[in-house]
Ligand binder design. Sequence first.
Ligand SMILES: [Zn+2]
Length: 388
Amino acid sequence: MRFSEVIGLQEVKDRLVSAVKEDRVSHAQLFSGHKGSHGLALALAYASFLMCENRTHDDSCGVCPACVKNDKLVHPDLHFSFPAVTTPEVKEKPRSMNFIEKWRGAVLDNPYLGLDDWYDHLGVGNKQGFMSVEEANDIMRKMSLKTFESPFKILIMWMPEKMRVDAANKLLKTLEEPPPGSVFVLVAEDGNALLSTIRSRTQLVRIPVPDPGLLAEYLIQSYKIDSEKAKRIVRIVDGQVAPAISMARIGSEEMGTPMEHEFIHWMRLCYMPFYAKDGTYAWNDLNDWIDETNKKGKEHIKRFLAFCSDASRECMLLSVGAGNLVRFDDSVIPGFGKFSRFIHSGNVEAIMELLGKASYGVERNANPRILLLDLSFKLNVLLNPRSS
Ligand SMILES: [Zn+2]
């Protein structure tokens, strides 16, 4: 990957390039972004620039042997560390080396991937990845090796927020006194979530939200979508590159992510009366939805509830006529504008509190089926004030 292929971030690129040219490369850097940010793509371009045998004044050449290997993520001096999970094949002590082939596949397919994309790629829906002491030992071993071909050996650590405390403690000394030629690039979505002991040993490189115009232009060029669609995507994602790319790639006319449609669908189910006129229960559709959602696993439910909280706030803003502040409207999710009448300043706080509590319940291993059913009943009351 070359700097020219990374969306925006010109100032950051310039700073990195100057540091390399002036021979003051920091041995441990923290690329700190935001959810869905594109720090990984920048880290890959930076690694290529550091290792390139024939740099131009501001980019790697893209054709020398080092660049070719880096483009395939197989340069022997380029290492990766990322959250790993247990799977049927890796039953215990999962670490990056167990998943390196899958990692290469995922990153080559989409260097802008987000954490959700990675878990989807691994097919581990309801599990949270982490970096363990064994991972820290692997890192120390790799970084103590002599370089093979490049003056640098580079470790790109993606999502260091997922590092366990014991693993982090193990790495402190290596980060402080790294073996010669080492460059650690930590790529975080939320640098503040990192242990302060790690943060204080790195040089901070902030990854700003990309300019909306540049992001739209990138989507138009790379995915051949029209400018209206690109603009709508950019509005929805609120600066997150990973979901913008996912949406542009789907290439469907249907706008919005599945989660946005799921939100409208669920809210409709919650709004409808739970009893039919003949006195029987009329909530089979809700029951089906709960079953389907439960199958997607705990992590999905947590993400979905967090999304619902955001979307509820947007509904409330629409209901008070603050349409210029919202990301979703009818052009993005058909029916959203109409639905927003039901979530307003009178109930939004209670709804968000319920969603927050439910998410906490899922985290604490409450039964998701019971929890979603209970939540749906409570939402039914809040959405139909006269029925309470
Ligand atoms: Zn090159």
